[in-house]
Design a protein around this ligand. Structure first.
Ligand code: CA
Ligand code: CA
Length: 150
């Protein structure tokens, strides 16, 4: 079995996000992505229910796999994304990252206990997607009405 991260010894910053995604693909957590892992993950992402997709995303964010997302885990993911996008200005990036983390945490941590559980994650994400669906629906309604009026 090959382990991409341990072979290289140090995980370089630009590879951080890839490292987290790798971990989320590694279904049985043995340090390698087998063909089966790939199939399971792809079918979840492509054909899975909204719950399955959210569960996968939750797993990506729950870096130490203890069943909840801590502020420091979210910080690591957000920083990895910023590094991926090649943000040069460190102070600016750190400030932006902190703002995003505070915002997301306020939305996700429903009982305000400092960690986000899978239940909280799914509940708040579903709320956001329902709002999004509603606004898309109303946009569609408006445009169909406009078409009828033509
Ligand atoms: Ca965790
Ligand atoms: Ca909580």
């Amino acid at each position: 079995m090959s382990n991409v991260t341990s072979k290289e010894g140090v995980i370089r910053d630009s590879n951080l996000y890839a490292h987290y995604v790798f971990k989320a693909f590694d279904v049985n957590c043995n340090g390698a992505i087998s063909f089966r892992d790939l199939l399971v993950t792809l079918s979840t992402l492509l054909r899975g229910s909204i719950y399955e997709k959210l569960r996968w995303t939750f797993k990506l964010y729950d870096i130490n796999g203890d069943g909840c997302i801590s502020r420091s885990e979210l910080t690591q993911i957000v920083q990895a994304v910023h590094e991926l996008m090649g943000r040069k200005n460190q102070t600016d990036a750190a400030r932006k990252a902190k703002e995003q983390i505070d915002f997301v945490f306020r939305k996700l941590d429903l009982n305000d206990d400092g960690v986000v559980t899978l239940e909280e994650f799914i509940e708040s994400c579903l709320k956001v997607s329902t709002q999004l669906e509603k606004s898309i629906e109303s946009c569609l309604k408006v445009s169909t009405q406009n078409l009828r009026n033509l």
